[in-house]
Design a protein around this ligand. Structure first.
Ligand code: NAD
Ligand code: UGA
Length: 443
């Protein structure tokens, strides 16, 4: 099958590489010439384990190409995927300008029948807008070329994206048209171990399914963070509580790890967007509003502990904190909505210095924090500790799990460790002679 993918970011590039891997011919279109140049040279502009090798191999075998020209992308393709960003506006609503721009361009440039696939995460009703935009452009050209619009939200997670795409829990196909549904099922059949994984439903239900999934996952995280905060007040240990509740198979152990709050380009904006949709439609989504505000507070949980610790030493001004981890979670270079950034802004506003290390997110963070002279990003884990008054671990990279505590102690001016991911055991830390503060556990 000939496929066109418009928007070559985390979702677009992974989808493209995986479709090509199954033997399809895939043309990727991106407006950013630098991205296209990098990809044409066989490199990948984002960090995603396993992706570069897959992109390179499929490019070399001729099934995967990159261009800035949508016209070229559309030429032979039946299916055209929209995988551009849908960021959050100031008011929390979803900014659809990039999706609309692609729809307009498709309408202006298509010359044969197309199935336009909304893969970006978009509010209910967007597929109808895309349909109307394409139709209006065709009408303006005086053309009557058949096309259909499908909602096919994506559920991959960064850091494990290739695996998620190759072996999806389900593929959601939002369409009422049996012919379109069959074309989409045929494209996805190689990825689904059973046909039940290909779930066809109405377009609006498909659009809503994406938000419901992300909001439920975000709810689990805010729930366990709330429990963790209560644990701290009452002397309980959230690690034991998680095991205790997770053993009930209706609850399960997965995705209820407390921490520094959820970040990334998806949960924060998608929770806010569903809140906006609900309010616009006359429903007050109290639960989602609480999920959002619990998360905002949780992103500051470690900063607050740092402030409390230094309160009786004249505050954090003039002190230095070493930070391990900047990405919003491990195995990605993505720092969008990263808790580390929120924490850095809060502490540097009070005059604290930050020496930070992250295995892959350093460059992105340097750009994001340009001009903040109190922040230094170093290229080695232990170098971050030089001259620091305490260490805070914010991202759960594997290389932070078993550090050389003797070296950490030697380098810090005092052995103080704040652990935003509960990577270490309080008793082990006490044995190592550290003042240790984690999430939802007795100190
Ligand atoms: P991204 O920001 O990584 O990539 C978007 C790409 O689209 C960029 O390279 C940009 O240059 C390009 N682009 C913008 N306008 C364009 C246009 N008119 N024509 C061609 N290219 C254009 O975005 P992402 O993280 O891949 O997210 C894309 C969508 O997928 C969002 O709606 C997001 O919510 C959703 N999603 C993301 C993830 C994830 O893990 N990142 C997972 C599931 C769903
Ligand atoms: C998430 C979803 O997991 C994907 O299914 C979805 O497709 C994607 O959003 C999206 O729509 O873009 P992602 O944001 O890449 O994927 O990462 P997750 O692994 O879900 O983590 C999100 C945040 O929650 C991270 O900050 C992570 O540290 C935090 N988290 C996760 C916890 O604090 N505790 C947990 O138990 C799990």
């Amino acid at each position: 099958m000939n496929v066109c993918i418009v928007g070559t970011g985390y979702v677009g590039l992974v989808s493209a590489a995986c479709f090509a891997e199954m033997g399809n011919n895939v043309v990727c279109v991106d407006v950013n010439p630098a991205v296209v140049k990098t990809l044409r040279e066989g490199h990948v502009h984002i960090y995603e384990p396993g992706l570069e090798e897959m992109v390179r191999r499929n490019s070399q075998e001729g099934r995967l190409t990159f261009t800035t020209s949508l016209e070229d992308g559309l030429k032979d393709a039946l299916t055209v995927f929209i995988t551009v960003g849908t960021p959050c506006r100031e008011d929390g609503s979803c900014d659809l300008q990039y999706v609309h721009a692609v729809a307009r361009e498709v309408g202006q440039k298509m010359t044969s029948r197309k199935i336009v696939v909304d893969k970006s995460t978009v509010p209910v009703g967007t597929a109808d807008q895309v349909r109307a935009i394409v139709a209006a452009e065709l009408e303006a050209r005086g053309e009557d070329i058949p096309f259909d619009v499908v909602s096919n939200p994506e559920f991959l997670k960064e850091g494990d994206a290739v695996n998620d795409f190759m072996k999806p829990d389900r593929v959601i196909l939002g369409t009422d048209n049996p012919e379109t549904a069959e074309a989409m099922r045929s494209l996805y059949a190689p990825f689904a171990r059973s046909r039940e994984k290909l779930i066809t439903m109405g377009i609006r239900s498909a659009e809503m399914t994406k938000y419901a999934a992300n909001c439920l996952l975000a709810t689990k995280i805010s729930f366990i963070n709330e429990v963790a905060n209560i644990c701290e007040k009452v002397g309980a240990d959230v690690r034991d509580v998680r095991l205790g509740i997770g053993s009930d198979h209706r609850i399960g152990y997965h995705f209820i790890y407390p921490g520094v709050g959820y970040g990334g380009s998806c949960f924060p904006k998608d929770v806010k967007a569903l809140i906006t949709t609900a309010l616009e439609n006359g429903h007050t989504p109290s639960l989602l509003q609480a999920v959002d505000s619990v998360n905002d507070a949780q992103k500051l949980s470690i900063a607050r502990k740092v402030e409390e610790y230094f309160a009786n030493q004249g505050g954090v001004e003039g002190k230095t904190i070493a930070l391990w981890g900047l990405a919003f979670k491990a195995n990605t270079d993505d720092i969008r909505e990263a808790p580390a950034l929120v924490m850095i802004r809060r502490l540097t506003e009070q005059g604290m210095r930050v020496r930070a290390f992250d295995p892959v997110a350093a460059d992105n963070t340097r750009k994001a924090l340009e001009g903040n002279d109190l922040v230094e990003i170093v290229s080695e884990q232990y170098e971050a500790l030089d001259g620091a008054d305490a260490l805070a671990v914010v991202t759960e990279w594997n290389q932070f799990r078993k550090p050389d505590f003797a070296l950490v102690k030697e380098k810090l001016s005092a052995p103080i460790l704040f652990d935003g991911r509960n990577l270490y055991s309080p008793s082990e830390m006490a044995q190592n002679g550290f003042a240790y503060f984690s999430i939802g556990r007795p100190n």
